[in-house]
Ligand binder design. Sequence first.
Ligand SMILES: Cc1cc2nc3c(=O)[nH]c(=O)nc-3n(C[C@H](O)[C@H](O)[C@H](O)COP(=O)(O)OP(=O)(O)OC[C@H]3O[C@@H](n4cnc5c(N)ncnc54)[C@H](O)[C@@H]3O)c2cc1C
Length: 240
Amino acid sequence: MPVYNVKLIRKEDIADGTMAFYFEKPEGFSHKAGQYADLTLIDPQQTDAEGNVRTFTLANAPYEDALMFATRMRDSAFKRELKTMPIGAEISLDAPHGTFTLHNKTDVPAVFLTGGIGLTPARSIILQAAHDKLAHKIYLFDSNKRPEDAVFLDELMAAQHDNPNYTFIGTMTQMEKSKCSWDGETGLIDETMLTKYVGDLNVPIYYIVGPQGMVYAMVEMLLTAGVDDDNIRTEEFFGY
Ligand SMILES: Cc1cc2nc3c(=O)[nH]c(=O)nc-3n(C[C@H](O)[C@H](O)[C@H](O)COP(=O)(O)OP(=O)(O)OC[C@H]3O[C@@H](n4cnc5c(N)ncnc54)[C@H](O)[C@@H]3O)c2cc1C
């Protein structure tokens, strides 16, 4: 894959302890919604045992002008450097990679089960599907501890107006620790919650993405519910 040096153009807080970073899209760059990039710091001031490279999903939809990455700002040298990177500074981008992309058959529904920052590939795929007016039925089950932790919540709720085939189902697992109000689902995503919205669980293709523990738990839940493992696709976010 080509490697580019790309300029930081904007950064913003998007949830508790979570930031989005926007970079200039290189001339001629294209990717499929759901793919990822390897980002390498150029001449960092600090480093640690985990190194200067991280894998992040291209969270922007391909039609959007800038490349965007969203991440929980934990205390690794890489993330400290990223947080303090001045606007106009460059990072090395090796992309696009990955096959966590939407299936072609429009008569097979897609069900996304995302945990926390694992929403990033779903954001790209869902916004691109609305933009391209794809006919797939799409369900997004987005699980977070609290609304304060949820990324792109308003945007992904609002996308339902642009795409009648898309349904957003947010669920919060620790509302007792929240100061926000919430009238969506609560508790972990389980077979009962899925069936309530999706109906026959054997019809869709499932896309599960998030921290390793969440991905394993969701796969186990689907297999126990009788879903064929051919219809389950996963992406694990290591390091969380
Ligand atoms: C395809 C993919 C897409 C991702 N997209 C995002 C995203 O959009 N946003 C986000 O915040 N995070 C994403 N991640 C996770 C991200 O790469 C970092 O691991 C995470 O952000 C934690 O980094 P850290 O600096 O906070 O933690 P640290 O624990 O300091 O660093 C993470 C460490 O995880 C370990 N690691 C990395 N890859 C692997 C692997 N394949 N197998 C075993 N160990 C590994 C390495 O030691 C790495 O340095 C993605 C990961 C993958 C594989």
